[in-house]
Design a protein around this ligand. Structure first.
Ligand code: SF4
Length: 352
């Protein structure tokens, strides 16, 4: 695996995923797996940072989410799929990085205060919650990732990761760690001076933002989501009952797609000719809202049918799923262990 091009990303196990997850992140992961060496992990420890009082559902959520990854088209022959908690080296790197990370860097991360306010029903004044962006840094740096696919709101996390790596390299040396040097000598190669922990770059994704059926951001907690494996009858019902432009009280009232959440679905699901039909038909009241919704219903059902079909073998035989993740963990562990040998040795902990 070529580290100079490696992509690493993770997702918290929230259970079965919805179409917002697919269009916002997963679809991009599926493309990336054919362009880069990729590692994708289930961030199950991260789930504990906010749900430490109710860990009971994490296990089921993990497997449901991995089924959806595979249903989306992630291919274990192309990408390494694994579980964060099965690679304890993430925790070791986290603790070592925590020694030199100023508290202020973590307190400054914008999502820290935002999330504390948003999840005010939980006590998030914990060490784990403050430190979760540093755990994310360890998740990335341990694989010496070159790229991390993120949305705009996650860019400060990558900036933090870059700062953490820079500080580590400044404190403990830019030269290749002895373990890496020895391995290179065995191969008859010499290593240039490279940082022990290379700084990753954010790979900003031009992902489509899919609204929920009420026009707000799609989210399971808002109750406005369409699941990736939603049954056709339920997809139809959800879209048919979606609110539309409030100006269209009667069928003969003209509307404005810009004020209608159904238009957001057309932007993701419909080709240019259908979108033109919607724009003209809505503004001139020559189409009704149910006519307008039908092509979206058809397109969503076509998409979810593929996911349902791909998921079936893993639901029927979960052992396949477990084997894929076990093989991914093994591959990830090899990389993580190599990095940790170099990290320990750079810090001066290589005395055993
Ligand atoms: S015609 Fe389509 S875009 Fe216009 S208000 Fe109805 S559902 Fe929305």
């Amino acid at each position: 695996m070529n580290t100079t091009d490696r992509v690493v990303s993770g997702m918290r196990p929230t259970g079965a995923l919805h179409l917002g997850h697919y269009h916002g992140a997963l679809k991009n992961w599926v493309q990336l797996q054919s362009q880069h060496p990729c590692l994708f992990f289930v961030a199950d420890w991260h789930a504990l940072t906010t749900h430490y009082e109710s860990p009971g559902s994490i296990g089921n959520n993990v497997w449901e989410m991995v089924i959806d990854w595979l249903a989306a088209g992630l291919d274990p022959a192309k990408a390494v799929l694994f579980l964060q908690s099965r690679i304890p080296e993430h925790a070791e790197l986290h603790v070592l990085l925590s020694m030199s990370t100023p508290l202020g860097w973590l307190e400054r991360v914008p999502t820290y205060k935002d999330q504390q306010e948003r999840l005010s029903d939980r006590d998030l004044s914990t060490y784990g919650f403050l430190g979760y962006p540093l755990l994310q840094s360890a998740d990335i740096l341990i694989y010496r990732a070159a790229w991390v696919p993120v949305g705009e709101d996650q860019v400060p996390h990558i900036e933090l990761t870059r700062e953490v790596a820079r500080r580590f390299n400044h404190l403990y040396g830019e030269a290749p760690a002895p373990a890496a040097q020895a391995a290179a000598r065995k191969r008859g190669e010499t290593l240039e001076n490279t940082p022990v922990l290379p700084e990753p770059q954010a790979l900003l994704t031009a992902a489509s933002r899919l609204c929920g059926i009420d026009g707000q951001k799609m989210s399971k907690s808002y109750g406005n989501a369409i699941a990736m494996r939603e049954e056709p009858a339920s997809v139809t019902k959800k879209i048919r009952t979606m609110p539309t432009d409030p100006a269209r009280v009667r069928r003969s009232d003209p509307g404005d797609p810009g004020r209608c959440p159904v238009w957001n679905l057309h932007q993701v699901y419909s080709a240019e000719d259908v979108r033109t039909w919607v724009q003209q038909g809505c503004r001139s009241a020559s189409i009704g809202c149910l006519d307008c919704k039908q092509p979206v219903i058809d397109a969503v059902i076509q998409e979810t049918a593929v996911f349902i079909e791909r998921a079936r073998p893993y639901q029927e035989d979960p052992s396949q799923l477990h084997s894929i993740v076990a093989a991914g963990c093994e591959r990830a562990r090899e990389i993580a262990q190599t990095t940790m040998r170099d990290v320990r040795s750079a810090i001066g902990l290589g005395y055993v």
